[in-house]
Design a protein around this ligand. Structure first.
Ligand SMILES: Cc1ncc(COP(=O)(O)O)c(C=O)c1O
Length: 350
């Protein structure tokens, strides 16, 4: 940064795969053989063997019948949610859902009921108050991007089943992170994804590539192929981006020690920050936010960290509520224990 070396503690490259030699070389080979750009939308000619293979792998990875690729997580959320709910329907959305989910809900034209963060009791209450005739959709993140906590999936599924709602779950920060083999929140809770669930995930975070996907039953994927405007009217991902994601999935399978290192690093930073007396949120994930409060204070801490050789910017509204400004630390399997020790030493001084 500005000619200085700093250690990054804020990226979402949780497994350290973005610069893995195998990911890079597989992307380069694909670009050599198929060109860089896909050249058109998937339904025209943009869908190559790399896209098809990645779709197959992702469906298997998420224990789903089928999957579909999207240009980004933002475009997946803003495209899929309006395809699942329309103006006569009702969406139940967590208060802390990501901006792309909020925009997707707004674009749908559906009635939006916001429930308290991870408050499944309120979710059930809201579901019970609505008439049964409406098509209902529950939308939540699996791991909340700014708080690092995990959605109470068993309770949410119970609510969905009790009141006949479908579930759309954004696994941007849980794909490659949660569960014994990194498959996400369903593996974490040891639940198999049910028929009425659509799992969305991103390729640009733990999988070190770019883009996003949805996984679910064949019927839903057919519906999405035929109705999601951000899928139909947008250029397909570059083949090399798919090749990079395929390489990342293979590495995740063959190098389970990466996932173990990620969680060990997260535990080390979390325990260390607690010992110093920091107020942190979340738990059990590599997103470890230190709540500072006022925006100026958060910026002052971030600047001081940067001067000490660590980069983690202050997160302020509209990304987080007023008065809850924070430094959102994230750890990666690529951090050495000495990096974490050094950060803790700096935080202690500051
Ligand atoms: C929860 C969540 N969903 C969706 C997105 C958007 O994904 P993408 O960066 O691939 O557009 C992000 C962040 O980038 C996110 O944190």
């Amino acid at each position: 940064m500005d000619g200085r070396e700093v250690v990054l503690f804020c990226a979402n490259d949780y497994l350290g795969l973005a610069d893995h030699p195998e990911v890079i070389s597989r992307a380069a080979e694909a670009a050599q053989s198929s060109g860089f750009g896909a050249g058109s939308a998937p339904l025209i000619s943009g869908h190559t063997q790399y896209h098809e293979k990645l779709r197959e792998e992702l469906a298997g990875f998420k224990s789903a019948e089928s999957s579909l690729l999207f240009g980004s997580g933002y475009s997946a959320n803003t495209g899929i949610i309006p395809a699942l709910a329309g103006k006569d329907d009702v969406i139940f959305s967590d208060r802390l859902n990501h901006a792309s989910i909020i925009d997707g809900c707004r674009l749908s034209g559906a009635k939006i009921n916001i429930y308290g963060h991870n408050d499944h009791v309120q979710l059930k209450k809201l579901l019970s108050e609505k008439s049964r005739g409406e098509n209902r959709l529950i939308v939540t993140e699996a791991v909340f991007s700014m708080d690092g906590d995990i959605a109470p999936l068993p309770e949410i599924i119970h609510a969905a089943n009790t009141y006949g709602a479908r579930l759309y779950i954004d696994e941007a920060h849980s794909t490659g992170v949660l569960g014994e083999t990194g498959r996400g929140i369903f593996e974490h809770f040891k639940i198999s994804p049910e028929h009425d669930v659509i799992q969305m995930g991103t390729l640009g975070k733990a999988l070190g590539s770019y883009g996003a996907f949805a996984a679910g039953n064949t019927e839903y994927m057919e519906l999405l192929i035929n109705t999601v405007r951000t899928f139909i009217f947008s250029t397909a991902l570059p083949p090399s981006v798919c090749a990079a994601a395929l390489a990342a999935l293979e590495i995740l399978r063959h190098e389970p020690e990466r996932l173990a290192r990620l969680h060990e690093n997260a535990r080390m930073l979390r325990d260390g920050l607690k010992k110093i007396g920091c107020t942190i949120t979340g738990g059990g994930t590599p997103i470890i936010p230190v709540i500072v409060g006022a925006a100026e204070e958060a910026v002052r801490l971030s600047d001081a960290l940067s001067a000490s050789g660590f980069y983690a910017p202050a997160i302020r509204p509209p990304s987080v509520p007023e008065g809850e400004c924070r430094i959102r630390f994230t750890v990666s399997a690529a951090h050495a224990p000495s990096d974490i020790d050094a950060l803790l030493e700096a935080m202690k001084k500051l």
